[in-house]
Write a protein that binds this ligand. Sequence first.
Ligand code: SF4
Length: 266
Amino acid sequence: MDLRCPYIEMNENLSTKAKITWCPGCPNNQILVAFRQAVSELAAENKIKTENIVAAAGIGCHGKIAEYLNMNTYTSLHGRAIASATGIKIANPNLTVVSFVGDGDAYAEGLEHLIHAARRNSDIKVFVHDNQMFALTTGQTTPTSPKGTKGKSTPSGSVEEPFEPLGLMLAAGASFVARTFAAEIQKTKEIIKAAMLHKGFAFVGIIQPCITFLDTRDYFKERVVWPEGEPAKTIEEAMRKIKVAAEKVPCGIFYKVSRPTFEEKI
Ligand code: SF4
């Protein structure tokens, strides 16, 4: 079935005429490139139909990605992109439904939607652009900001401990849990491809430094590691992979299991 929006003319590299207004060098650009490459390759391999993809983005710097992808996209309210994606998938289970969200979007305003989509195993793919900062509003802390982060809302430094979303996603019931680093475009592309092909709720946390308000590029370059091995089949094993060493930030696909999706059940 051809579900193509008649108003969108597809092109090969999925780019649009919209001017990219992210700060020059913003790692959102790397995520955009990785996603375009992932979709182009999956389409060339006949594993996915580009015209059957719908991407729902949230609000924040990341949300501009909806304008830069020449496919069916939707811009949601703040924190509601995952709820929108869930509804789109229920309305038409033949679609491949993606949700781009920021860390403020996913872990603050929209946290309940993230948890319940994982619990239901909704067949949607969630990509979190995690820059540990509300960047579009010029620098306020989010639930993943490191303790001590100085910003517009915390001029003396944040006193709160950040939380760790991967463990939360495992506990909530996500059937695919991964993390990647935006600077590693090829690895990010491969993880996006795996997530797109996963049947069920796929969660990918993407470390995306904000070079303007919280430049963590060097911090993560020194700490990101890519442990070898297949994704775990148990939560305990996945947690061991995530907690490989206190000073390291492991990336990769930590957990992947098969279980009935929400859409199959209803
Ligand atoms: Fe990227 Fe930060 Fe600029 Fe937003 S403010 S576009 S996240 S560098």
